[in-house]
Design a protein around this ligand. Sequence first.
Ligand code: FES
Length: 115
Amino acid sequence: MSDGWVTVCKTGDVGREDLIQVEVGDTTLIVVHTKDGRMCALASECTHGRANLADGFVHGSTIECPKHNGRFDAITGAPRATPARIALEVFETQVMGGDVQVRLQGQSSHGRREA
Ligand code: FES
């Protein structure tokens, strides 16, 4: 680990258009592998009704919530289909030598958590 990067899984752990749940400390995330091959890490809890998005689905680069079928952009966290209206928190993600790494600090502006 350096500069806050934490290895959360291997690229092969997440199939294309699929997602898995990972834990970083006491933070639960989902790692999404989009159809075009990007790896993204986002908050696992749906901003609409707190469903666990790890039980959801990936369509292209969109995450579908298993509870009410709201959708979020996996790259930006932005809501893409109602009833989802509030963006998911997105975490910086990189792939290094087959490792998927996430940095909880320096989160994107989408859904940034204020202290
Ligand atoms: S809980 Fe996710 S859309 Fe309602």
